[in-house]
Design a binder for this molecule. Structure first.
Ligand SMILES: Cc1cc2nc3c(=O)[nH]c(=O)nc-3n(C[C@H](O)[C@H](O)[C@H](O)COP(=O)(O)OP(=O)(O)OC[C@H]3O[C@@H](n4cnc5c(N)ncnc54)[C@H](O)[C@@H]3O)c2cc1C
Length: 295
């Protein structure tokens, strides 16, 4: 089945968009983890319509209930890849979903992996994009920095280029689905705490806290969940390095792909995310209606 509107992210931007697309009779799917920034907000008192402060979690749950009542489907899965050919294919750690239009509403991009000197080697051994840079590391020794399903997905993307792949968790326990747990035997796993990366002009390896070293040609960062910026790098979505670039209709440079909320880097507030989600929905609705009319 191909969804009309597939929304990535269950925060205010994504859910607001889903409310509009579902009410406009678009087959709407929201995919995301319950990981909105709002989960951390104890009290919100600047959002319209609430006389007394409301908890961030409470607001999120109310929004999801509203979207579901109106016909949107919401599923709790982690997205690891988005591709576009005829239509969009969105890969989670469990399934692949297809859609005519997609909204990126993934919130603020992840904070950088907490490893010293990672910035120094960005572009000279440290990469955030296996699709873009995997080819440069044919038959070389590479690492993936991460501990979740996303890290395993990125390690699998590197397999056509090299079999010498180590997943470095930097002291974090692995957090994997059963399916990815089965794939682990294809890689080496290192769970030691990293002190820093080392090298001259290019990355040469990892120095661990106990003073030991591990030589490496390349290190791919997949720490936590894939962020809007990781998707942008893989799909060629234009960014300013930190945020997705959109026009005033919330369109990205890729037809049919929209972005809203904190991932666009505008004033990071619920009201703005909700508003941008609504604007994006109008374009998604128009696009799908035109497709239906054209047959
Ligand atoms: C502590 C705190 C307090 C705040 N207080 C206020 C306040 O009082 N008032 C106010 O207006 N704003 C407040 N904000 C800001 C507000 O939370 C954000 O502006 C708003 O949540 C942005 O909405 P969003 O939908 O763009 O992103 P988010 O709400 O962050 O939602 C992002 C969604 O994308 C999902 N996601 C991301 N990547 C993936 C992936 N790879 N796979 C699956 N799912 C993914 C996340 O799990 C989440 O569901 C606060 C923020 C913080 C951190």
């Amino acid at each position: 089945m191909i969804y009309d509107a597939l929304i990535i992210g269950r925060g205010p931007a994504g859910i607001s968009c889903a409310i509009y697309t579902a009410r406009a009779n678009l087959k709407t799917l929201v995919i995301g983890l319950f990981g909105s920034s709002l989960v951390k907000a104890d009290k919100v008192e600047n959002y319209y319509g609430f006389e007394m402060p409301i908890g961030g979690k409470e607001l999120l749950i109310a929004g999801e209930k509203q979207a579901k009542r109106l016909g949107a489907e919401i599923i709790d899965e982690e997205i690891v890849n988005i591709e576009k050919a005829d239509h969009f294919k969105v890969t989670t750690t469990k399934n692949i979903y297809e859609a005519h239009t997609v909204l990126l509403a993934t919130g603020s991009p992840n904070i950088k992996a907490p490893v010293k000197k990672i910035d120094k080697f960005e572009g000279s051994g440290v990469s955030y994009c296996t699709v873009c840079d995997g080819f440069f590391y044919r038959n070389k020794k590479v690492g993936v920095l991460g501990y979740t399903d996303y890290a395993v997905h990125e390690a699998m993307e590197l397999l056509p280029f090299t079999s010498d792949i180590t997943i470095f968790t930097n002291g974090m326990p692995l957090k994997l689905s059963d399916e990815n747990q089965k794939e682990l035997s294809r890689f080496s796993i290192n769970t030691e705490k990293i002190a820093e990366l080392y090298g001259g002009e290019n990355l040469e390896g990892i120095l661990f806290e106990d003073g030991r070293k591990q030589e490496l040609s390349g290190l791919f960062v997949a720490y936590g969940s894939a962020s809007s910026i990781s998707f942008a790098l893989k799909m060629g979505i234009m960014t300013d390095g930190k945020s997705i670039l959109v026009n005033d209709k919330m369109e990205t440079n890729i037809p049919g792909l929209y972005a809203a909320g904190d991932c666009t880097g505008v004033f990071k507030q619920i009201s703005v995310a909700v508003g941008q989600g609504a604007i994006a929905s109008r374009q998604m609705i128009e696009t799908v209606r035109k497709m239906r009319k054209d047959g």
